[in-house]
Every structure is written in structure tokens, then in C-alpha cells.
Design a protein around this ligand. Structure first.
Ligand code: FES
Length: 165
């Protein structure tokens, strides 16, 4: 893989996107495969009901999120749904959230930058922070759409596209 394509984003065989650099501070981090991490550095899968999975859903609705989202580490994202839906689940220090990867300028699909831990639009250069907020670069007028992620009583995670945050 070329260095430039590595900088765009990295997707493991499990479909997890891992930002491996934030201002250069994470450049030696493993790429994608959770098994790459030594046992001592792995984040355990949060148990059902753990607030790190997401708040409890008032009712079970929305898009069911696969189990990979529960084991995301901070600053990791995983695609969910159909690729055409451009939906990813991300984990930040504040927990899980969904992002719609549709640039608010003209609708192109931002990609996760390995080096800067941000989403970069390939069309006109708008940059969004990992949480989807504007990073102050490019013509995008507003942040990416963020969706609520919660945990149902069945233990599954749900992304509610009717509830933005
Ligand atoms: S479509 Fe993303 S910057 Fe124009």
C-alpha cells in the first residue's frame, strides 16, 4: 500500500477503521486488527448495559449495529449498514456515536485521515474533526450529521437515524 493511500484511512478485515495518527502521536499504533494488540492493551468488550456501549434505548428501533462497534477502542470507527448509506459508528472519549459520511458542502464522502484523526473530503478539501464537527478548513458550512447510538434491552446496539445529536 502506498504511503498516500495509507494516510487516507485503513480498514481491517473486520471493517474497522483505525485512525493511527493524531498530529503524529499515534503513528506506530496497530492497524485495524484488534488481535494485533497485546492482551494487556486490548479494550474489553463492554458488558450489556455498560454505559460505554451507549445509553439504554427507550425503545428498540433504528439500524441494528453489528457487534464490532462494541469493541471499538477510542478513535476507531466501523462502517455499518450498506456502503451506500455511508454510516459509521465511532468511539471517542465520550462514547459511541454515529456519523453520516456525507460532506455538508456538496455531498462527497469524507475519509478518515490517518495522520490527523479527522475526516477529509476529497472533493474540495473540507476537514471535519473525528467527532464530525468542523475543523475550520474548506467550504463545508456545517458539521457532519451525528446520530444517537444506544443499547437495546436485547443487548444489541442501535443507531437511530431519526435522532441526531
Ligand atoms: S463536497 Fe466536500 S468539500 Fe465540497
Amino acid at each position: 500500500m502506498s504511503e498516500s493511500s495509507r494516510r487516507e484511512f485503513l480498514i481491517s478485515s473486520a471493517g474497522v477503521i483505525v485512525a493511527t495518527g493524531c498530529g503524529g502521536g499515534m503513528q506506530n499504533s496497530p492497524i485495524g486488527d484488534p488481535d494485533y494488540y497485546p492482551e494487556s492493551q486490548r479494550q474489553p468488550t463492554p458488558p450489556a448495559g455498560d454505559s460505554s456501549s451507549g445509553p439504554a434505548c427507550g425503545s428498540t428501533s433504528g439500524l441494528t449495529v453489528g457487534p464490532a462497534a462494541k469493541s471499538l477502542s477510542v478513535n476507531q470507527a466501523v462502517m455499518v449498514g450498506m456502503p451506500s448509506q455511508r454510516l459509521v459508528i465511532c468511539r471517542s472519549d465520550d462514547g459511541l456515536f454515529g456519523l453520516l459520511l456525507t460532506c455538508t458542502h456538496a455531498g462527497c464522502e469524507p475519509a478518515l485521515s490517518e495522520t490527523d484523526l479527522c475526516w477529509v473530503c476529497p472533493c474540495h478539501g473540507s476537514v471535519y474533526n473525528f467527532d464530525g464537527s468542523l475543523a475550520g478548513l474548506g467550504p463545508a458550512p456545517t458539521a457532519l450529521t451525528r446520530y444517537y447510538v444506544c443499547e437495546g434491552s436485547d443487548g444489541n446496539l442501535y443507531l437511530d437515524t431519526a435522532k441526531t445529536i
